[in-house]
Design a protein around this ligand. Structure first.
Ligand code: NAD
Length: 332
């Protein structure tokens, strides 16, 4: 079970197989098409320069060539949703570590990084609260007719089903309980039943049961080859009357054709998503207020999450170069 990581995480001494004994004087690039908040950048620079490293910044870049040029002599890279492809890594012969300031790391080519001996990390838990709050807000928004006149319904007493009980899923569950919801969850990779028991959340053993019982289904699976396109017609059709599917994970985990077919056949179902599906225009036209998506991904777009993730990325790089700590490595 991934733990909810506090703002200042515990330093854990783990030696990476890639680790050699460099300590100071590394060149770290912050490459962000969508820049961090000023407070975050200032904090990142302070942490890295305080540890004896040099920081360079490439912000609001528009062409991939700009990134290719900027990585030419850097040892470490901090990114947000920026794509770190095989081409980027080939252009960065000194690159030793990439930290994705955020949870999902599907924008980094982890396999190529592994081949090249580049450590890839994310900063789990740093933006979870922001995403969890958005998920709950989306549920209430859909329950209240997208804040337009008409009789809505309350979330209290409804069954909130959490698909994947990681950092975000768990917080959604706990907040749902505070709203008086009946919370159930499915995550086959959480080994310890006590995680669910301690939270007062019912663990269900099958994905089918999860969807069959969900008045609100909150999706928190990562986008992986196994999960992409995995939520489609059958699962959505199995949801109870009036159910809402809430997606603050990734649009790629949805089989959009299957979802549209289910929404067309079942006029009681709703879909709300953080970032528009590819077929958003068609969906809005066909299903009106039964669907809503944010124009840009905004789950992690809070000042707090922005700063937390950036500072955590800087600290992880300092620790990596100082001690070889690879606690948050995702490409072992
Ligand atoms: P996490 O790594 O803490 O948790 C992911 C959970 O998914 C883990 O508990 C894991 O066991 C479970 N899981 C993996 N594969 C599964 C499967 N096939 N079936 C069921 N469970 C499975 O990640 P998190 O911080 O909770 O974030 C979850 C996802 O949310 C991220 O991968 C990311 O794609 C997305 N996210 C979106 C935003 C946003 O801005 N909307 C922000 C952060 C994260």
């Amino acid at each position: 079970m991934p733990t909810i990581v506090p703002y200042t995480y515990e330093k854990k001494e783990e030696k990476s197989v890639y680790f050699t004994s460099f300590v100071k004087g590394m060149k770290v690039l912050i490459a962000t098409q969508k820049p961090f908040a000023k407070q975050a950048v200032d904090g990142i620079v302070e942490i890295l320069e305080g540890a004896g490293h040099t920081v360079v910044r490439l912000e609001k870049y528009t062409e991939s060539e700009q990134l290719l040029a900027a990585v030419a002599d850097v040892d470490a890279l901090i990114v947000r949703s920026d794509k770190v492809t095989a081409e980027v890594m080939a252009a960065a012969p000194n690159l030793k570590i990439v930290v994705r300031a955020g949870a999902g790391y599907d924008n980094v080519d982890c396999a190529t990084a592994k081949e090249r001996g580049i450590v890839v990390m994310n900063t789990p838990g740093q933006n979870s609260n922001a995403v969890a709050e958005l998920a709950l807000a989306m549920m209430i928004f859909m329950s209240r007719n997208c804040f337009t006149p008409g009789t809505g319904c309350e979330v209290k007493g409804k069954t909130l089903a959490i698909h994947a009980y990681g950092n975000v899923g768990r917080l959604v569950g706990l907040k749902g309980k505070a709203l008086g919801m009946n919370v159930i969850a499915y995550d086959p990779f959480v080994a310890d039943n006590a995680v669910f028991e301690n939270d007062g959340v019912e663990r269900v053993e099958s994905i089918e049961e999860l969807y069959r019982r969900a008045d609100f289904l909150s999706l928190h699976i990562p986008a992986t080859p196994q999960t992409k396109g995995s939520i489609g017609y059958q699962l959505v059709m199995s949801m109870p009357k009036g159910a809402t599917l809430v997606n603050t994970a990734r649009k790629e985990v949805i089989d959009e054709a299957g979802l549209c077919r289910a929404l067309a056949e079942r006029e009681d179902l709703k879909y709300v998503s953080d970032v528009a599906p590819d077929c958003n225009d068609d969906m809005c036209q066909s299903f009106g207020k039964r669907v809503f998506s944010t124009p840009k991904k905004m789950g992690a777009e809070t000042a707090e999450a922005n700063i937390n993730a950036g500072l955590a990325a800087a600290r992880q790089i300092v620790d990596y170069f100082a001690t070889g700590c690879t606690k948050f490595q995702v490409n072992r």
